[in-house]
Design a protein around this ligand. Sequence first.
Ligand code: ATP
Ligand code: MG
Length: 414
Amino acid sequence: MRFSHLFLPTSKEAPKDAVLASHIYLTRAAFIAQIGSGIYNFLPLGKIVLDKIKAVVKEELDSAGNQEVQLGFITPYSLWKESGRAEKFGSELLRFKDRKNNDFVLGPTHEEAMVDLVRNRVKSYKNLPQNLYQINTKFRDEARPRYGLLRGREFLMKDGYSFHESDEDLDREFKLMQDTYCKIFTRLGLDFKVVEADSGAIGGSGSKEFMVLADSGEDDVVVCNSCEYGANVEVDDSKAGDKCRCGGELRITKGIEVGHIFKLGTTYSEALKATYLDRNGKAAPFIMGTYGLGVSRLVAAVVEQHHDERGIKWTDATTPFDVVVIVSDIKKEDQREFGEKIYEELKEKGLNVAIDDRAERFGFKMGDFELIGIKKAVIVGKNLKDGSVQIVKRDDLEKIDVAMGDVVLKVMEL
Ligand code: ATP
Ligand code: MG
C-alpha cells in the first residue's frame, strides 16, 4: 500500500465532543469519520482493522463448529410483537413503515429473525444442535450515543444463536463459546476478564460478559485479586475490600463490555412457537443460547488499552500493516530507490507492508506514524549515505540502527 495513493486525511483536530483516546485517535488518524450522531464511516485504514478483527472472530467461530449466515438487517415488526419484546426494547428500536404501510425495524439484535429462520426448517432432534452466527450491521437508537465506536447507534456485531434438545447440551455449547471468545480476545492482544452478568432485556437463565479492562470503561466490575472470579456490579453487590468466596480480596475496576453470552432456554422458541420433534416424537420448543460480540466496539477497545500520548499502538493481530517503510525525503533519489527496494523485498517475504512515499516533511510523516500506530517502521533517511537505516518500534519508540543489507532480516526477526 502506497501512502501517496491512500485516502489518509490525518488531522490535528480532535472531534469537539471527544474525550476518549480511541475516539480522538481513530478520528485524527483517519480510521473513522462521523456522518451522524452515533453513525460512523470507516476509511481505508479503519476498514482494514475492522476486517482483521472480523477475520479472527470468523476463524475461531468456524473452528468451534459455528456456521456463518447473513440475515436481513431489516426485520418485520410483526416478529417483535410475536416475541413480546417490542415494548421491552423501547425507543432503542427504530421502527418505520414501507410504501405499503408495513411495519419494520432496523435490527438491533436478531433472536426473533433467527428463530423465524429455524422454525419449520429444523424439524427433528436429529438436526440438533445448530449454532448459526452472522457478522452484520445493527442499529439501536441509543439515548446517548457517545465515545465514538464504543457506543454507536449503527455498529457491527457478531451475533450467534444456538439450538439444542437438552439443557446439558446448551451448557456444553455455552462453555465452548466462552472458551472461543477467550481465544478471540487473547489473539487480539486484549487484557480482559470474564464476569458474571445480568441477563437484561434479552431474558434468560445465565449469562457472562467479557470485559476489556480499561479506565475508560462504562461498566464497574468486581474482580478477585487471587482467583478467577469476576462479576458485573449489577449482579454482585460487593464493594472493594470485601472477601471473595476463595478468601481473596475483591476490588472494583472498570471494563468495556466487548461480548455477552446468554443461556436463553425456551423463552423465544415458546413465544414464537418454534418446535422440533423430540426423541419420543413429541413437539418440543428449542432450548437456545445467544452469543453477542461487539466487532466495531473492539476496534475502539483495542485502542483504549493500547495507546500513549502520541497515538495508537496496534497489537500484532490488529495492526493495519506489519511495517511501514518511511522514505524520509522522496526528492532524494537514493532514499526513494532504496525504500522501494525494501518495500518490494518485505512484500516478497509475505509481510503486509506499506510505504510512506508522500511528498511531505519527515517530521510530518513520523507524526503520522506515531498517530496511526503501525507496529514498526523502517526509516530510510540521511544515514543511508553511511550505509544504514533505522527500525523504529511503535511500542516504545526505540530506534535501532541497521546496516542496509540486514534490514529485511532484522524486520523479520522483530
Ligand atoms: P451495553 O450494556 O454496552 O449497552 P448491551 O448489553 O446492550 O451492551 P448486547 O445486547 O449484549 O449489548 O450486545 C452484544 C454486544 O454488542 C455487546 O457486548 C457490545 O460489545 C456490542 N454493543 C452493544 N451496544 C453497542 C453500541 N451501542 N455500540 C457498539 N457496540 C455495541
Ligand atoms: Mg445496550
